[in-house]
Design a protein around this ligand. Sequence first.
Ligand code: GLU
Length: 489
Amino acid sequence: MSAPVRVRFAPSPTGQPHIGNVRTALFNWLFARGRQGKFIVRIEDTDQTRLVPDAVEGILDGLRWLDIDWDEGPEVGGPYGPYFQSERLDLYQEAARGLMEGGHAYNCYCSPERLQEMRKQQMKEQKTPGYDRCCLNIPAQKLREYKDEGRVPVVRFKMPDPEEITVQDIIRGEVSWRSELLDDFVILKSDGFPTYHLANVLDDHDMEISHVLRAEEWLPSTPRHLMLYRALGLEPPLFGHLPMILGPDRSKLSKRHGATSILEYKEMGYLPKALTNFMALLGWSLDDRTEIMDRRTLVENFSLDRVVKSGAIFNREKLDWMNGVYFRNMSPEELTERILAYWEEFPASQILRPLDRGYLMRIAPLIQERLKTLRDASGLTSFFFQSELVYEPQELVQKGMDLKTTSAALEQALSTIDSSVTFDAETLEERLRALGSELDLSGRQFFGLLRVATTGSKVSPPLFQTMEVLGRDRCSHRISKAIEALAAS
Ligand code: GLU
């Protein structure tokens, strides 16, 4: 029987979680959930110079928002903790000592200045850049001097004699490197913190990670990791490197292509389910055709053999389209709750308070077709809430009409509206159509005019449904005000 699936998402808290990180988290999560596995979050906070305050919170918030839950990690704990690398320093230091004792690592006292000088020289001589092993065998005298000077060493891994290092990557197949192109890299820094390589390898082993699924950018680190596993006498996990995410110009997705932080997408009004669906397709597909898939379908079908090697293009228009599909599939109740929750969280986008939930529930179906993001909702619904509209008389006057005919048509519409026994879209359409022909106005003229008068805009949801939802009082009031605006011009 093969080992249980245990996968991890191991972010470094150096900034807000971006699409790339979260796609990695999602793929790991889908892989675990479809195989009764465990999904672990581990915070790789070993580079103390690059820590960003609140980054951990941002990362966890992003995961929670997308409903990516973790079985072990920050907040929930677990049997393999702690899950913050900064709380596991003893383990790394002990392993570094063990590697030194076994002849796989050594102390290096080289100053940053010396290393810089060495690099410059290597460049000049067009040599492969890398550590020159100056400290591999330090004479006793020199060592005493260093110690007397109070120099604190780093620990470097001693690369073995030249050989080929090969990994069978689950996604990319066989990948090989020549070991002599890799230098003796640092595993423990002078501040006592490990580097990414050492901490990552030890933790993946200690936490019994079965599959390391991570972004392609970490592929070049893999030979170092394999060397470390061997020197530590540990069995490496399986590796799968996920394809790069590219912008539409096929360069690596970055700020240049617009928002990258997952929390910005939340603020822009994308739905977590739509975004998850969209991200699942960044490098994976069900069958090259199916686009819209719910959580369950994703969990049940996600597999690494359908993850591609080539870069996945991040297409914002597709995301907008997908978000729209999720809106259209909602009930008016759900859509209303979504909009209200969004306005609650991002109050700047809300037009007027207090909001009438029942009223919004009737408005929701009218904007549902056109809604792309929750942020759009305030613009699309604002005229429903404004107490007074502002009219530009030239907007009211339609082609082939003048102030007088416009005003007269509105007066007639007003009395039709006021005298209508029922105020539903069907009756309104019937009566107003009849009135339009009576006035010898085309539909475009008369309804265009009514649209501007009742909504303040030339574009709106279907006119008669809109009028029905606005209600008789608002419609009458607005039309009277439009007549006044014409008179005053
Ligand atoms: N801490 C690394 C990162 O920020 C993790 C890479 C890995 O998964 O091995 O992405």
